[in-house]
Design a protein around this ligand. Structure first.
Ligand code: AHR
Length: 331
């Protein structure tokens, strides 16, 4: 009797187990399953841009820490700023059947094929930090990150105010981010838009510094050689501004005074230079996307609907504000 009762209980448990497994698999078939390995643990494949800047280092740390805190297994790759490396990493995550793929695209174009491969494999994709220009927005579940056009606008608006009422020509040089990347495209257009009503504000040279300190320095040296009168530098990130500061000082000029400097990011080194009046204004771009990304990942893996666009909240800093914020700055 006891034997028959035990057999019945065991049968029930097995059936329940089989049904639960089916439920999991069905969810996966819809591209929304959780823990494809059946252990309930989510595996995320993350294809990072590289390690080009202080911002990127903070972003990588935020993602790694948040994955560990959320109990998500993270497979991480560094593309060294090359799109082909990111595509290879995404294909390898598809082959490994991860539960969710997240990435910050080096450049905006050229993602449709690999995103379609992920979709066909029913692996949801989340974009973080940077956008793609794919027309088919069903190729990814959500895009979490800043509005780079707004960042460029804030930089331009500060400059317009700074020269309000003045009519003399103001010569601006621009250090652009990585060519073809969303932040370079958008920060350029947002800035241009903000200054277009002030004909005396003139961009006299604009070149990529690839978001790195070394390139920022090199390009600024060339700008200084070619242009005897530079009034303003607009750098698309702090690292390039910091490299440019070295070039400006080496040329015997005072950064922040002889040449006004505006940049984007607000990482610790940039904020320190701002607090020393070597930079005049910084537009914040937050790299701390990890916790929100992990929440999103859990939702998309469960098949819950998520917002297609999630904007990061950001501010701006003057030298005084940088001094006040620096002691608590996390990155
Ligand atoms: O995509 C964000 C940008 O990439 C940051 O502003 C820059 O520092 C980084 O390399």
């Amino acid at each position: 009797m006891l034997k028959r009762w035990s057999a019945a209980v065991l049968g029930g448990v097995l059936l329940l187990g089989a049904l639960t497994a089916c439920g999991g698999e069905n969810s996966n078939d819809a591209g929304n399953g959780g823990g494809a390995k059946g252990d309930g643990k989510i595996t995320m494949g993350f294809a990072q841009v590289g390690a080009e800047s202080g911002w990127r280092t903070a972003n990588t740390k935020s993602i790694q820490d948040a994955a560990a805190a959320a109990g998500i297994e993270l497979k991480f790759s560094d593309a060294q700023q090359k799109q082909e490396n990111q595509i290879k990493a995404i294909r390898s995550y598809i082959a490994q059947k991860v539960d969710v793929i997240a990435f910050s695209p080096v450049v905006e174009s050229g993602w449709d094929t690999v995103l379609k491969e992920a979709k066909d494999a029913k692996i949801p994709v989340i974009l973080t930090d940077r956008a793609v220009d794919s027309k088919d927005t069903t190729l990814y579940k959500s895009f979490l990150g800043s509005d780079f056009v707004v960042e460029g606008k804030k930089a331009g608006e500060w400059l317009v105010k700074e020269y309000e009422g003045k009519t003399d020509q103001v010569n601006i040089v621009e250090l652009q981010g990585t060519t073809g990347s969303a932040p370079a495209n958008d920060r350029k257009s947002g800035f241009a838009d903000a200054i277009k009503g002030s004909p005396n504000l003139k961009i006299i040279a604009s070149q990529t510094g690839d978001f790195t300190r070394a390139k920022g320095k090199e390009v600024m040296e060339a700008f200084l050689k070619a242009n005897p009168k530079i009034d303003v530098l607009y750098a698309h990130n702090d690292d390039m501004a910091l490299g440019a500061i070295e070039a400006i000082e080496a040329a015997g000029k005072k950064p922040g005074t002889d040449i006004k400097i505006i940049s984007v990011d607000a990482v610790k080194d940039g904020m320190t230079a701002l607090s020393q009046n070597k930079i005049n204004f910084i537009v914040e771009c937050s790299p701390l996307l990890g916790p929100q990304l992990m929440d999103l990942a859990k939702k998309v893996v469960k098949g819950e609907s998520v917002q297609q666009r999630i904007l990061t909240e950001e501010t701006t800093f003057t030298p005084e504000q940088a001094k006040a914020a620096l002691p608590d700055r996390k990155y």
